[in-house]
Design a protein around this ligand. Sequence first.
Ligand SMILES: NCc1[nH]cc(CCC(=O)O)c1CC(=O)O
Length: 345
Amino acid sequence: MASQRNELNPYLRKPAVLGGYPQIRTRRNRTDAWTRSLVAENRLGPQDFIWPVFVQEPDGTSGISAMPGVLRYGLDRVVEAVAKAAELKIPAVAVFPYVDESLKTADCAEAFNPENIVCRAVRLIKKEVPDIGILCDVALDPFNSLGHDGLVQDGKILNDESVEALCQQALVQARAGCDVLGPSDMMDGRVGAIRRALDDAGYQDAKIMSYSAKYASAFYGPFREAVGADTMLSGDKKTYQLDFANSDEALRQVELDLAEGADMVMVKPGLPYLDIVRRVKDRFGVPTMAYQVSGEYAMMKAAAANGWLDNDKVVYESLMAFKRAGADAVLTYAAIEMAELLKAG
Ligand SMILES: NCc1[nH]cc(CCC(=O)O)c1CC(=O)O
């Protein structure tokens, strides 16, 4: 039968596997925009973003010199900004506080004050923009006169005492209406402790997005200006944040956080750490977030301001790269501009 058919149809006599060029031309799938769209393996939409929002005590807004286009919002302005994010179909915002120096202390008491700027912003956003998810950072640095994420004694970052403080901070945030607690402090055991504290207080549905693979990175520089922690920090964060020489260590950290009850995990910074995103996603298959941090944003904006890079194109390409690496969503300061661009087509 087969040989008969081959005689009738000489093309079938050719081997099924053609082998290569010139029969195979991979450029065929790239000839037109519609073909490229058809075969695209990843897509980017506003649902892929979490927008970090800085809030400040004074009404109005203020700029951050190393983050052009990013503002801190007073409570009179934050609702409008978050409502715009919701309108653009961005699923969640991450609230970060700018705290006046006079409120920063070594015991970080302001972090547990239910009337602090984070809690008030969360209550307001929950009330006025009820459908957007709210993530809060759980770490003491914005409230710490020493600039560290944990409590400091004699120059050492205390672990277990810090975990207790973080639990208190998570509880005031959950009470204010925060949907997702994001421990970004890298203390040992904090995810399990926060989970227990939330459950005991009746917040079983409050989610934990753990900053699991958070590296001691120089790319956080502009953020520290944004939250007013730049001049405060004594030393560095290398005794708790991960060493950027390592990646097995990140997997171990993720594994522990998942065992302790993390609902989602995060890799941070983003672009220079896409290898970690891929390893985490492949190994655990859990919701994996990545944070395109302040320094990454600053680099793109600085190059674009000089005319060296095309802002819209590099921001788009960088965010698509996160998707390709396996990230489910990206925390990015460019969320609004990118959502607007995608909407405009
Ligand atoms: N724990 C605080 C925190 N949460 C998010 C960032 C960085 C975010 C950014 O750079 O955009 C930091 C800074 C740090 O750890 O020093």
